[in-house]
Write a protein that binds this ligand. Structure first.
Ligand code: BG6
Length: 494
């Protein structure tokens, strides 16, 4: 299932994303034979750089970040020959005309049938102007396909996202636009649908008769690092909530699609987003969503400064670095089941995990007389551990009828010889094959913004609920109250 040959245009080729993710992803794909020899990559950025310098950046990036090393000289040399660099002022259409000429040469040299994939690792404000110049510079006139891959954030709120979408729509059709949400490229996120729809254990129980609540945690130990300028305008809700968290929620909550086709799956995901219960007032926002901001603290032995002391962050910033929300999906399957979602920077561990808590057995004439029975849990570990485990109750050996919770575990990341592909590998490969299943469609983006905008409005109009939490802690204690109201609590993550 190799894609047909294509030229890949990496806008932002001297940036961090290219170095950490995109170059390594291309190398892994090449090494696994998924790119064939019919491809070329044009690195594009304003800075002047020779092809040799560009290839040496590429080499360093691969040796630092790729799951394969560039230690086979012959293979490396062959791979690197496909890469060229061109300095480009993205506001000037003349450069795009030049790029068009270069593209024709590359098509010829590598026997590429005019297919073009434009990857914009750029600030979203540049997506519109670059698209127009791609068109005006003649890059969309080749006879193959043309696809645009763009990074988040897709807008700042619904109106700005609509505007951006209109700009792109002047040049590209919806099916030519691939909006990246890299969480959808993660193996274990894609595994959610297999676990759900391929196991008789789970699907019959996957509803409000049997599930008490679902918890989705995306915790990070890092602070905002060098991204204070971006993050201070964005905050956790926009940076992680609007995209990754709601996307994971849709994968857990969607109905089985009629076929495993991209559009069918995305149709089901949109239905979930449409069923999210919007908060109707600022009071409802406050009673369902907790937000926090880290202050100075300690992680292990490391002293950490507070968010407001980070570079490019305002001294009185009211931006949230943490939020937790109680979300309801108002449809037949999920009526009444809370989805608790939380994410934050400077939390004690880096993990992405979903916990599905099942309802208690009828309390429980047989075994619960002596002990509270633990509920059954299904835990899906996405990152950095990959796997699933279930918690069940079993007899304590040697005791009369004592019951203890035990785990049955499948640890994918512990298996020897498993070298899980990175999310970006999967996504670049999918875009090159024209498979948009794991990219977000415009209607998904817009419904997600609608939901998030209501929360943002509540916060904008009253910022008194921002809770400080020390770096290295699990966030504001108020996030526990969200669950306690319904007799639930956060399950500790591992
Ligand atoms: C990005 C956010 O989308 O996801 C970052 O902008 C965050 O703030 C990152 O750190 C987390 O991704 P991952 O794959 O490391 O969990």
């Amino acid at each position: 299932n190799s894609p047909e040959g294509a030229v890949y245009y990496l806008f932002g080729a001297t940036g961090d994303l290219a170095r950490r993710k995109l170059f390594p992803a291309l190398f892994s794909l090449y090494k696994e034979g998924k790119l064939s020899e019919k491809f070329a990559v044009v690195g594009l950025a304003r800075r002047a750089r020779s092809n040799e310098q560009f290839r040496s950046d590429l080499y360093e990036s691969i040796n630092e970040f790729c799951r394969y090393k560039a230690d086979d000289t012959e293979l490396w040399t062959r791979f690197a020959e496909h890469f060229v660099y061109m300095s480009l002022d993205i506001n000037n259409v003349d450069g795009f005309r030049e790029l068009s000429l270069l593209s024709a040469e590359l098509d010829e040299k590598f026997d590429i049938p005019g297919n073009r994939l434009f990857y914009l690792a750029l600030a979203p404000s540049l997506f519109g102007p670059v698209s127009l110049n791609l068109r005006d510079g003649g890059l969309l006139e080749s006879k193959g396909w043309h696809r645009l891959v763009i990074e988040k954030p897709f807008g700042y709120d619904l109106p700005s996202a609509q505007k951006l979408n209109e700009q792109l729509g002047q040049v590209f059709k919806e099916e030519e636009i691939f909006r990246i949400d890299h969480y959808l490229g993660k193996e274990m996120v894609q595994n959610i649908q297999v676990i759900r729809f391929a196991n008789a254990f789970f699907e019959p129980l996957w509803n409000n008769n049997h599930i008490a609540n679902v918890q989705i945690t995306l915790s990070e130990t890092v602070g905002v690092e060098e991204r204070g300028g971006y993050y201070d305008k964005s905050g956790a809700l926009r940076d992680m909530g609007q995209n990754h968290m709601l996307q994971m929620l849709t994968m857990i909550a969607m109905e089985p699609p009629s076929r495993l086709h991209g559009e069918d799956i995305r149709d089901e995901k949109v239905k979930v987003l449409r069923s999210l219960r919007g908060y109707k007032s600022n009071e409802e926002v406050r009673s369902h969503v907790v937000r926090g901001q880290y202050t100075a603290g300690k992680l292990g032995n490391k002293e950490l400064s507070g968010y407001r002391q980070e570079d490019s962050v305002g001294e009185e910033s009211a931006t949230e670095t943490y939020f937790a929300a109680k979300v309801f999906v108002d449809n037949f399957r999920w009526a009444g089941v809370p989805f608790y979602i939380r994410t934050g920077k400077r939390l004690p561990v880096k993990t992405t995990e979903v916990v599905v808590e099942f309802k208690a057995m009828p309390q429980n004439v047989l075994f619960a007389q002596k002990h509270e029975l633990s509920p059954n849990l299904l835990v899906i570990r996405v990152n950095p551990m990959e796997g699933i485990y279930i918690k069940i109750n079993a007899k304590k050996p040697g005791a009369d009828n004592d019951v203890q919770p035990v785990s049955m575990e499948f640890c994918q990341s512990c298996m020897i010889g498993i070298n899980t592909p990175e999310a970006y590998e999967r996504l670049i490969h999918d875009a090159a094959r024209g498979d948009s299943t794991y990219f977000t469609r415009w209607d998904e983006v817009s419904h997600a913004w609608e939901f998030v905008d209501r929360i943002a409005k509540g916060w904008r109009e009253d910022s008194s609920d921002l809770e400080p939490y020390p770096a290295g802690s699990w966030g504001p204690a108020k996030a526990n109250e969200l669950l306690a109201e319904q007799g639930h609590h956060w399950w500790p993550v591992n």
